[in-house]
Design a protein around this ligand. Structure first.
Ligand SMILES: *[C@@H]1O[C@H](CO)[C@@H](O)[C@H](O)[C@H]1NC(C)=O
Ligand SMILES: *[C@@H]1O[C@H](CO)[C@@H](O)[C@H](O)[C@H]1NC(C)=O
Ligand SMILES: *[C@@H]1O[C@H](CO)[C@@H](O)[C@H](O)[C@H]1NC(C)=O
Ligand SMILES: *[C@@H]1O[C@H](CO)[C@@H](O)[C@H](O)[C@H]1NC(C)=O
Ligand SMILES: *[C@@H]1O[C@H](CO)[C@@H](O)[C@H](O)[C@H]1NC(C)=O
Ligand SMILES: *[C@@H]1O[C@H](CO)[C@@H](O)[C@H](O)[C@H]1NC(C)=O
Length: 334
């Protein structure tokens, strides 16, 4: 009897222990909250005055959600979340009020204003800009100048702005959910090999600054083989702006991009898509459209190698399950 009771206690203890370990957020009633908060305030009234110093204060191999609250202001700094600092929430005061900007442009990998390498990252209500060519101030500025590079898994962006001209958002690797975000640029401005759902986002095209008649490209997706899970899905988004643009061109052989129930203005090139270096090898590419509307959504003049997805695939790709089969989105603290 004693032994049994001891077993029960031991089991209970073990269970609670494991749960506590797995419970990387704090639960208050039904609410999931981060374990602690840090305030970044350039006026000196917070814990730190730069975003990077706040991130630097998070311990390596952090296991508990930490919220970094960023007061309104224009932060002239480059910001990096290294891959040993997961479970960070960056929370600004609004897309237009909390802005991080820098203007590097030596090459693609050196240029990002914001670099996120860790998994389990949340960013809300702020913007990242590469100011080298946004706003545009001369045509010679058409070089890669990344506003944000996202390389970690399980990353969620809510009401975040990304502003650049060429290669604005390097959606590099991992599973990402972008909701109510704004992404601005002209050339390959959403590119990379991540597996991402962009829901109700504004795709702001500024191709008007390119040489007259030169079209831009919204996406340059980098899927490399048919088993690769990566791909960009745009669901209920809005594509608008100036100049003209293709919906995308393949960066790698099996590029996958799908526009769904999206409002497309008349800036879309009637042929829709460009084969770039894969002309003659379009078979591996999955570029598809379904249920879009607006002046640019007419598919009658599209290139003849776009794919028609079956309804089951459409259902799979337009659900958050596309990026979340293990429930990570449901377990984020608020
Ligand atoms: C942040 O500043 C507040 C107020 O001064 C203080 O109570 C808190 O301990 C600080 N937090 C950290 C993580 O430094
Ligand atoms: C990018 O530029 C930096 C200098 O800013 C240089 O150190 C680095 O080697 C370059 N990387 C590549 C891939 O060219
Ligand atoms: C294109 O739109 C952007 C953003 O609204 C604006 O700053 C820019 O001046 C416009 N360019 C042209 C050529 O109309
Ligand atoms: C689509 O976008 C255009 C241009 O912004 C807007 O005028 C129109 O109302 C939108 N259509 C719908 C059905 O939301
Ligand atoms: C697709 O269009 C290209 C050129 O526009 C043409 O050469 C090719 O034969 C067409 N392929 C099919 C399957 O219709
Ligand atoms: C849809 O997703 C389910 C579950 O992830 C998967 O088993 C099924 O094969 C997918 N179907 C298609 C057509 O992609």
């Amino acid at each position: 009897m004693m032994f049994l009771r001891w077993c029960c206690f031991a089991c209970l203890f073990l269970l609670v222990g494991l749960r506590a370990n797995a419970q990387i957020y704090r639960k208050v009633g039904q609410k999931k909250l981060p374990y602690w908060s840090i305030v970044v305030d350039p006026s000196g009234h917070g814990n730190f005055s730069t975003i990077q110093s706040a991130i630097d204060s998070v311990p390596s191999n952090n296991k508990y959600w930490v919220s970094i609250k960023i007061m309104a202001g224009t932060y002239r700094e480059k910001v990096t979340i290294p891959n040993d600092k997961p479970y960070i929430i960056l929370k600004g005061k609004g897309k237009r009020r909390t802005v991080v900007e820098w203007g590097d442009h030596d090459n693609t990998s050196q240029s990002p204003t914001f670099t996120s390498m860790a998994g389990n990252i949340v960013v809300k209500s702020m913007s990242f800009r590469n100011s080298y060519n946004n706003p545009m101030n001369g045509k010679s500025n058409v070089v890669a100048a990344v506003a944000a590079m996202i390389s970690g898994d399980k990353s969620y962006f809510l009401r975040v702005g990304f502003y650049g001209f060429q290669d604005t958002l390097w959606d590099d690797a991992g599973r990402h959910y972008y909701k109510l975000c704004t992404i601005q640029g002209a050339v390959d401005f959403i590119f990379g090999a991540a597996q991402s759902l962009f829901e109700r986002c504004s795709i702001s095209v500024i191709g008007g600054a390119l040489d007259p008649g030169l079209p831009g490209f919204i996406t340059a997706q980098g899927r490399t083989n048919s088993e690769d899970e990566s791909g960009f899905v745009f669901k209920e988004c809005k594509v608008f702006g100036n100049g003209t643009t293709y919906l995308g061109r393949p960066w790698r052989s099996n590029a996958r991009v799908f526009f769904y129930k999206t409002n497309m203005s008349n800036i879309i090139q009637p042929t829709g898509w460009n084969a770039w270096n894969f002309a003659g090898h379009e078979g591996g590419i999955t570029f598809a459209e379904y249920g879009n509307f607006g002046a640019g959504s007419d598919t009658s003049k599209r290139v003849n190698w776009t794919k028609k997805l079956d309804l089951k695939t459409i259902e799979n790709m337009t659900n958050t399950k596309f990026i979340d089969t293990d429930g990570w989105l449901q377990n984020l603290p608020s």
